[in-house]
Design a protein around this ligand. Structure first.
Ligand code: ACO
Ligand code: OAA
Length: 384
């Protein structure tokens, strides 16, 4: 047995994959051979879906076929809707999503078919339905009427429409689409690792995704985008950013949206893309404040800690300006990441080796339970 132990499995290679790779030296996020940043500005989320699931970028026909399959899978079973309505009002939106995906699993007739073709069909159904669980769950909890999907809109425009109740402008649609692309896949973060570990027992795609939802909820991972927005709202102005960050640092608190296990003290390329998107959106809406606040925060963190923003730092204000409720920022991240996670589960099922690591034991040895007197035995002896 190897004696190598690194807390948090930092820098340990846990899997082989042909899906994606963070080339930190070259500042490139490789997605099946392409640079994620180039994909984000040149193709759509549905193109990236075909790329991740099938390994190739689609032509017009393949893109239209995927769009048609997704649209035909829109709709949530009545019983799943009923379950979401039963949840108490205070339920966290990520817990709503966890429950919704878990309930949906029972309605998928191919749940336990792990063949590549069945897994692909399930991934497409999930791409169609997860955004609806996000939107429907929120409206069920807040007692608002549900917005049914509009099949005349693109996948991305419809998702945003169900979240906000407003058909987005072309710029809003394009920025939201870019955000879904940059959130769609990122090599081996905690949530994807969780999903692969679950899939490695030959468990199903839905179960793996449910595990990933729980992982992504935490503020050290996907939950950071909501925490960033809370910090920006707490500051409320550009001038207040510096004292707020300094006071949090003085209390040794983490500043949400900064730092990254793999990028460490280097920039996250996705954050740069979302920063540009924020500048565009802020100018389009004539609401420049959040952009200036974020830039100030970025300067303070670079000066104080040498840390750069990660994707969540700039995605949060972008989602806020798009009108997405704050409690749905992390569920939207998961909806996009459903794509990458599905690709990873398919890859794990296709070439499986059960994950079962060992430990470095630090507890005591050679203890023995105290010997207890056998009362029954002694009574019997007395009677005899
Ligand atoms: C899309 C995503 O999921 S990206 C991640 C989103 N999460 C966040 O933004 C939460 C805030 N960030 C963090 O907590 C961390 O940077 C993590 C969890 C993302 C990565 O953490 P790790 O790789 O474990 O880094 P680690 O905890 O070892 O930090 C290294 C140093 O940077 C500091 N540091 C790292 N991130 C931060 C931060 N956000 N605020 C303040 N200090 C930080 C640590 O205190 C530590 O400093 P020290 O060496 O003086 O003790
Ligand atoms: O890679 C990570 O550890 C976290 C992250 O940025 C992501 O999941 O997008």
């Amino acid at each position: 047995m190897s004696d190598l132990y690194l807390p948090g499995l930092e820098n340990i290679v846990a899997s082989e994959t042909s899906i994606s790779y963070l080339d930190v030296e070259k500042e490139e996020i490789v997605i099946r051979g392409y640079d994620l940043m180039e994909l984000a500005v040149q193709v759509t989320f549905l193109d990236v879906a075909v790329l991740l699931l099938d390994g190739i970028l689609p032509d017009g026909g393949a893109r239209a076929a995927l769009q048609a399959s997704i649209i035909s899978a829109y709709g949530l079973p009545q019983n799943v809707r009923a379950i979401l309505h039963l949840l108490p009002e205070h339920t966290d939106a990520m817990d709503v999503l966890r429950t919704g995906i878990s309930a949906l699993a029972s309605f998928d007739e191919e749940l336990d078919d792990r063949s590549p073709a069945a897994n692909r069909r399930k991934a497409i159904r999930l791409l169609a339905k997860v955004p609806q669980i996000v939107a429907y769950g929120h409206r069920a909890l807040t007692k608002q009427p549900f917005i049914e999907p509009d099949r005349s809109l693109s996948y991305t425009a419809n998702f945003l429409y169900m979240l906000t109740g407003k058909v987005p402008s072309p710029l809003e649609e394009s920025i939201f689409d870019q955000s879904l692309i940059v959130y769609s896949e990122h090599e081996m973060p905690n949530s994807t690792f969780t999903a692969r570990v679950i899939a490695s027992t030959q468990s199903d795609l839905y179960g793996a995704l449910v595990g990933a939802v729980s992982s992504l909820k935490g503020t050290l991972h996907g939950g950071a985008n909501e925490a960033v927005m809370a910090m920006l709202l707490e500051a409320g102005s550009e001038e207040a950013m510096e004292p707020l960050i300094l006071s949090k640092l003085a209390k040794r608190e983490r500043i949400m949206g900064f730092g990254h296990r793999v990028y460490m003290k280097r920039p996250d390329p996705r954050a740069l893309l979302m920063k540009d998107a924020l500048a565009l959106l802020a100018a389009h809406l004539n609401q420049p404040d959040l952009y200036h606040m974020c830039v100030r925060g970025e300067e303070v963190m670079r000066r104080e800690k040498g840390l750069h923003p990660n994707l969540d730092y700039y995605a949060a204000p972008v989602y806020y300006l798009l009108g997405i409720p704050i409690s749905l920022f992390t569920p939207v991240f998961l909806a996009a990441r459903t794509l990458g996670i599905s690709a990873h589960v398919m890859e794990q099922h296709a070439n499986n080796r059960l994950f079962r690591p060992r430990v470095r034991y630090t507890g005591p040895r050679d203890l023995h339970p105290p010997v207890v007197e056998d009362d029954l035995g002694s009574e019997e002896e007395e009677e005899g």
